[in-house]
Design a protein around this ligand. Sequence first.
Ligand SMILES: *Cc1c(COP(=O)(O)O)cnc(C)c1O
Length: 375
Amino acid sequence: MEKIQLVDLKNQYLKIEKEIDKAVLDVIKSTAYINGPEVKSFQSDLEKYLNAKHVIPCGNGTDALQIALMALDIQPGDEVLTPSFTYVATCEVVALLGATPVFVDVYPDTFNIDVEDLERKITDKSKVIIPVHLYGQCADMENLLKVAKKHNLKVVEDTAQGIGANHTFSNGDVSKAGTMGDIGTISFFPSKNLGAYGDGGAMVTNNDELAGKLRMIANHGQSKRYYHDKIGVNSRLDSIQAAILRVKLRYLDDYIKARNEAAEYYHRAFESTPHITAPVTASFSNHVYHQYTVKLHDVDRDALQKHLADKGIPTNIYYPLANHKQEAFTGMVKPEHLDVTEELSRQVLSFPIHTELTDEQLEHITQSTLEFVNG
Ligand SMILES: *Cc1c(COP(=O)(O)O)cnc(C)c1O
């Protein structure tokens, strides 16, 4: 059996080796390394895939969030509502711009932003909501968008983990994650579901004016070459990464299917034990399983991780310390309790999930887990 990894990028590459190698070599030979034709082509391929009007590529998913907030004119003193149970990048960019992150609790079943808690925390300083499509399923966008509209707030969807997920509205409309709010942000970090071979990111919007602003801010605030209307940043997707992403985008739906098959295997195995709650998918979303994250009950999590590591099975905790408890945010936020978030930090464990898992590996992982949790 091949060594089990949290993410297996090598075997995924080997299956598309010829196409990738050609795409990379073509860029090298073209010398169009910055903003070359591959970047434009990838942009339009992704617009089609997402059924979105504008995709604006950038350097990474964190830049995408920062540029999105800059385009929405976030100022010092403004409040931005985000879940605390997310990767630090979501909240970090808020603080970086001098605004205040307001941390919202999440639902205990889907781990996504709790829309009632969100509405309770809105003040006259609130400007933007950043829902996160955590682990690969959509936040409750229908209710969240209603709250945003009622309070006149903008919405930036952090879609770093959710690319390709579908949200179904009660009228039957289906939208891709990242296309429902004012701006969606995506990361192409190698381990993400659509991963480059280095850093990459993108912003998505259906609003022409915002698209122009995002593009300008990502390019030194330039409206015309050497004419700078705004203070911007330098954030680009490089041509080699765009060429790789163009190839991989064609396989994204297959990758999502493979992840779902692995998830089904886990579900079937873990159904039998009261010590594990498998991930729950909301009725309005599908799941693209960026992570396969379970909740443990009456299990020593450290000991389980060690038991699995001894058997060659890596696991991880996303995230062991929620953002409202992080040293970095002290002084910026009111000391408060987010009950569900704090309990999840103690309960969650993420298993290997990627496009290359074999049944043999899945059997080894699930058997080793069950033998431990069932004592
Ligand atoms: C990965 C990730 C980001 C940041 O993306 P980078 O490309 O690493 O900057 C932001 N938000 C979430 C939820 C992520 O998982």
